[in-house]
Design a protein around this ligand. Structure first.
Ligand code: ASP
Length: 317
């Protein structure tokens, strides 16, 4: 029987109703495991209660704390499960995918839309499914397991605030699934590599993420450079229109982008559309942005774009 570690971090799966009726993370890992007796038949499970946070309160510092807990325990377990709130789970999954470079064991994030103490909670399926995938261990890497889907840590976005199918694999087909009979099927796994595992936890959280919209004013970008001071953000990710358009007619953004780049601020772009990614060569509004020095992140989720740039900046400091 495989030996797995459950690292609990909070989220709806662990919530109880507070006196005002709002949901508040309260149950730690062993209480979660006790709610799902089925887990005992699937694996030998140890528990590490890390924190009890709504994932709204999970920030880059918590990504590093989670990554350190994984890194310290990798040698002792066949796989790691992380219970986590759904709201920022895709950000954490993306960050762990960069921090735990070429990890050789499964690191599986899961959670639920309904507290596990509710009899029909989706957590009662998601937690054992995560254990099934972690115990299968044929395909190492960081994944989200949710509502039967196995999704690469760099491909997921939360797409629904209510229904059990909260996550979708956006930038590529899902990695696999857990069938209703419990069989784990990999369809598009993270390629297994002979590159060594490296723990790279340095992040620079000073990345600004902005979504363009009709009427967006260039002044907001000018305010990032204060005379005689370092830029507030060394990198900006713009969620741009369609295949990557940045306005240059009314409210022309290109002059301020040019001055930010001259001040050593990196300007990245990605499409605000969920599917298809950006290609700056398609339209003049993209080609002009590229000439101004905007770097295209291509087909990438917002969550992965943010984690990737924070991680890349961190490697340089
Ligand atoms: N607000 C919760 C969280 O992200 C939502 C959930 O877990 O489904 O922690």
């Amino acid at each position: 029987m495989k030996h797995l570690l459950l690292i609990s971090t909070g989220g709806t799966i662990s919530c109880l109703k507070d006196t005002d009726g709002s949901l508040k993370p309260a149950l730690s890992g062993s209480a979660l495991a006790n709610e799902v007796p089925e887990l005992k038949a699937l694996c030998s499970l140890s528990v590490l209660p890390l924190f009890e946070l709504d994932s709204t309160n999970v920030q880059p510092e918590e990504w590093v704390t989670i990554a350190e807990a994984v890194n310290q325990n990798l040698d002792r377990y066949d796989g790691i499960i992380i219970s986590h709130g759904t709201d920022t789970m895709a950000y954490t999954a993306a960050a762990l995918s960069f921090i735990l470079q070429n990890v050789k064991k499964p690191v599986i994030l899961t959670g639920s839309q309904h507290p596990i103490t509710e009899p029909d909670s989706d957590g009662r399926k998601n937690l054992p499914d995560a254990a099934r995938v972690a115990a299968a261990s044929d395909f190492p890497g960081v994944y989200i397991v949710f509502d039967g889907d196995i999704i690469k840590g760099t491909a997921a976005s939360k797409i629904d605030t209510k229904h059990n199918h909260a996550f979708q694999s956006i930038t590529e087909p899902r990695a696999g699934c857990v069938r209703s009979d419990g069989a784990v099927v990999f369809e598009n796994p993270i390629p297994v590599t002979s590159q060594p595992y490296t723990f790279c936890p340095k992040l620079n959280p000073n990345v600004l993420l902005l979504k363009l919209y009709p009427g967006f004013r260039p002044e907001i970008l000018s305010s990032l450079i204060l005379p005689g001071k370092e830029p507030i953000y060394p990198a900006v990710i713009l969620e741009t229109f369609g295949a990557g358009g940045i306005p240059f007619h009314n409210r022309n953004l290109l002059p301020v982008i040019t001055s930010l780049i001259a001040a050593d601020v990196r300007i990245y772009c990605k499409s605000m559309c969920l599917y298809g990614g950006s290609d700056l060569s398609v339209y003049e509004v993209g080609a002009e942005a590229e000439k101004a020095g905007v770097k295209n992140l291509g087909n990438i989720t917002t969550e992965t774009a943010l984690a990737k740039i924070m991680w890349e900046l961190g490697q340089k400091s």
